[in-house]
Design a protein around this ligand. Sequence first.
Ligand SMILES: [Zn+2]
Length: 178
Amino acid sequence: MSTHASRIAPPVGDSVIDRLVESNRAYAAGFVDPGMGARPVLRVAVVACMDARIDLHAALGLQLGDCHTVRNAGGVVTDDTIRSLTISQRALGTRSVVLIHHTGCGLQTLTEEFRHELEMEVGQRPAWAVEAFRDVDQDVRQSIRRVRTSPFLPHTDDVRGFVFDVTSGLLREIDAGA
Ligand SMILES: [Zn+2]
């Protein structure tokens, strides 16, 4: 599909993690201590889906040290996302929150039935919701609301949500009030 996919063949035989560790040695060999503190320079936290097709730093023009990045399946605002955002704002000085969902998300192919199937298979129902959704715009609005109404976050005036198009690379902003 992409040039990236053809350039790097899928690992056969040896461990993919071994390959990552090897890449890290090369990375560290050229690494210069940037001398940064832990507080994000742009005072922004980005919450995004874990989808492999989204290169957040490239897509948003971000540099090392600029932002906090919180990623999970769907880029949904769960209790654990709120935990990270609370620490980001209260302990590390961020003020803005960017939420990024995307086209063709895997969560649009699931339903909460996924939990039931899990329970049938392993004999235990997970405590977490799948957070599956049909309408990506609506899910972005819900995520914005969850951030804006969290009692733990001191800064909720600059919260914006977007859908990233994985075929064009463009962000489309979602009107939270619609
Ligand atoms: Zn996704």
